[in-house]
Design a protein around this ligand. Structure first.
Ligand code: HEC
Length: 195
């Protein structure tokens, strides 16, 4: 073998060593991402269904039953916290996902929103209150405003911070839904890139 050819061969081996494994990793990451992205989209849609149901109860469009409320709140709680975060493995952003890369740049904050959802849903599970009949909630959960600068990290005392942000005189039932919706919306504002 001439020195030149051996250099070419070595070069090819190096290129292969660099390119091939990373190519395979990318392919694997991509198929993983599709699975997990699909899974979390379905989970989020389920959260939406549950929250819409609760808002309908608050507005008297669905008859109130303590069981309906508890079951919906429990399901929201069980999808949040660590199980929500687990559906966002590093690098699972990009088409068709709306996940922002900030999820992994600011992962403690992302986790805190998820924990906050767990806490606000659990609050509703434990709450022994009925809808007031004249709800002060907007019709849609997406319309619950996120106070400017609201960050779970900056909200010392988490739940208390959320409660303070609810409008004065809001019923306990409405306040509980307000807190949940505000958590959804805060996380979306920070970490979801909607088109
Ligand atoms: C910890 C952050 C976080 C919380 C809390 C959260 N979401 Fe999401 N949500 C996201 C992210 C990120 C996406 C984008 C996911 C993707 O496209 O990969 C998303 C997407 C969605 C979608 C669109 C799903 C689709 O099919 O594209 C809906 C609907 C949704 N969320 C509803 C909710 C509701 C309702 C709540 C509260 C009960 C909630 N989310 C709480 C982060 C969050």
């Amino acid at each position: 073998m001439t020195p030149q050819r051996s250099r070419i061969t070595l070069g090819a081996v190096l290129v292969a060593a660099i390119v091939l494994p990373s190519g395979q990793d990318m392919a694997r990451a991509h198929s993983d991402a599709q699975g997990v992205v699909k899974e979390r989209m379905e989970m989020m849609e389920r959260l939406e269904e549950l929250l819409e149901r609760l808002f309908a109860v608050a507005h008297g469009e669905l008859p109130y039953s303590a069981e309906l409320v508890t079951v919906a709140a429990e399901e929201i709680r069980d999808h949040s916290g660590e199980s929500l975060v687990a559906l966002f493995p590093k690098g699972s952003d990009g088409e068709p996902s709306e996940a922002s890369p900030d999820i992994w740049r600011h992962s403690p904050m992302f986790s805190r929103y998820s924990t906050m959802l767990e806490a606000t849903a659990d609050y509703l599970v434990e709450l022994d209150a009925e809808p007031s009949g004249a709800s002060q909630l907007p019709k849609k959960w997406e319309e619950v405003e996120v106070p400017r600068g609201m960050m779970p990290g900056g909200m010392m005392g988490g739940m208390r911070g959320l409660r303070r942000s609810a409008p004065d005189g809001m019923s306990e039932f409405d306040t509980a839904l307000w807190q949940i919706a505000q958590t959804c919306n805060s996380c979306h504002q920070a970490f979801r890139e909607e088109d």
